[in-house]
Design a protein around this ligand. Sequence first.
Ligand code: GTP
Ligand code: MG
Length: 271
Amino acid sequence: MNTNFIELEKLVIIPTYNEKENIEAIIAAVFDLQQHYHILIIDDGSPDGTAQIVKSLFTIYPNQLFLEERKGKLGLGTAYIHGFKWAIQKGYTYVFEMDADFSHSPADLEKLYLGCKNGAGVAVGSRYVKGGAVQNWPANRIALSKGASLYTRIITWMPIIDPTAGFVCYKKEVLEAINFDSINFVGYAFQIEMKFAAWKLGFKITEVPITFKDRTKGASKMNKGIIKEGVVGVLKLRWQSLFKSYRKKIANIESSNGVNFTKQEILLEGK
Ligand SMILES: Nc1nc2c(ncn2[C@@H]2O[C@H](COP(=O)(O)OP(=O)(O)OP(=O)(O)O)[C@@H](O)[C@H]2O)c(=O)[nH]1
Ligand SMILES: [Mg+2]
């Protein structure tokens, strides 16, 4: 049996910025599932020492837990792109996005995995499909999130009920097909843009119901800039996609093993 294949099957990417209260527990919760997940943490130089905690766990979880450190807070979108490139280079088949703050329940990873295993290119952990839910979010935060979803659907016509969802499984083929250099956004808009690109490239997207819980520990990194980026970004996406050249722009024409880190990352990492 080729155990190597099984080992490099499922990678959960968790971006972190000041998650010292959550990081050890979220890592343990994923490994406790005993479902052969590997974890890649992308830490942006968290001043609270999140990366040091991850390093202290390497001996407990050898060859399953990985860390990429960036020097400064470069945003969620570029953190995921860094992780996607890493995952493609290593050869993982199923690549997951998950928050560190327990808003996404590790037990739901399996549902996302099955969504992709059963034929979808992208499985979205969806709060707003039947069976999905949001717990402990104030009414104004739910209204903002639902409003963003509706706004996105009206503008883009993308048939996804929860386009801003950040709990997602991507099949390797989908990530390989997207030109990451064409992905512009960082916050909510990044999540929308990735799904939009996958949809425009013709991949099947499925939504599986999940229960989203508000974080109980650590601080939110949500800000007004992220909301503004979403509002303007969705319009921009729609505008760009009116032109035939959009698909060319988002399609990755380079070979799948070409790992190109962004200029900004190279500058900050001094590589
Ligand atoms: N590497 C990296 N991770 C980030 C950055 N911003 C946020 N994160 C992480 O991304 C995940 C989601 O961020 P949150 O602060 O929970 O944002 P949110 O879920 O939109 O907001 P809340 O619902 O209020 O928690 C968490 O694991 C954060 O630690 C960043 O700039 N870089
Ligand atoms: Mg959160």
